[in-house]
Design a protein around this ligand. Structure first.
Ligand code: SF4
Length: 149
């Protein structure tokens, strides 16, 4: 029997429009989660030790590390003039957005994701393979986070 086609088998378009919406808290105290590799990448980029980076920029809560927010505005500390100031070293969840496994359903994509993110349906066409590779990377990062001390 032929394999049923994925709803995104023709690919999905996404191009960041620089809205900064995914860099602003939607009410949660911390919203940019970091696995150990994310923290190491950041430390290297900022030329400080892992320990320094963790102490200075992270909060550990409910078993997970996340980036501190700008207290007044609930924005990621690294959002400057609506742009990511650490683009090269941005964490996995920022690199894999919007191809997160939990929103990769036709329903969520057309409604929640499209309503939230102005980049949906614009610009670059991501192939099914590229989408799955990014979703897999995000899944691995989440699984890695679950195991870290
Ligand atoms: S690290 Fe960069 S892309 Fe990620 S939330 Fe912060 S400002 Fe946005």
């Amino acid at each position: 029997m032929a394999k049923k086609k994925n709803w995104y088998s023709e690919g999905l378009r996404f191009q960041c429009q620089g809205s900064g919406k995914c860099c602003v808290s939607r009410g949660e105290y911390g919203f940019v989660y970091l696995d150990l590799n994310d923290r190491k990448r950041f430390a290297k980029f900022l030329k400080i030790s892992l320990k320094e980076f963790t102490n200075q920029y992270c909060v550990f809560a409910d078993g997970y590390y996340h980036l501190k927010t700008n207290v007044d505005q609930d924005e990621c500390l690294f959002l400057k003039d609506n742009k990511c100031s650490v683009y090269e070293a941005r964490p996995t969840q920022c690199r894999t957005w919007p191809f997160w496994p939990e929103v990769l359903t036709a329903k969520a994509w057309k409604k929640e994701v499209a309503d939230f993110c102005p980049g949906i349906g614009k610009g670059k066409l991501y192939s099914e393979k590229e989408i799955e590779s990014l979703a897999e990377e995000q899944m691995q990062s989440e699984a890695f986070m679950d195991k870290q001390p």
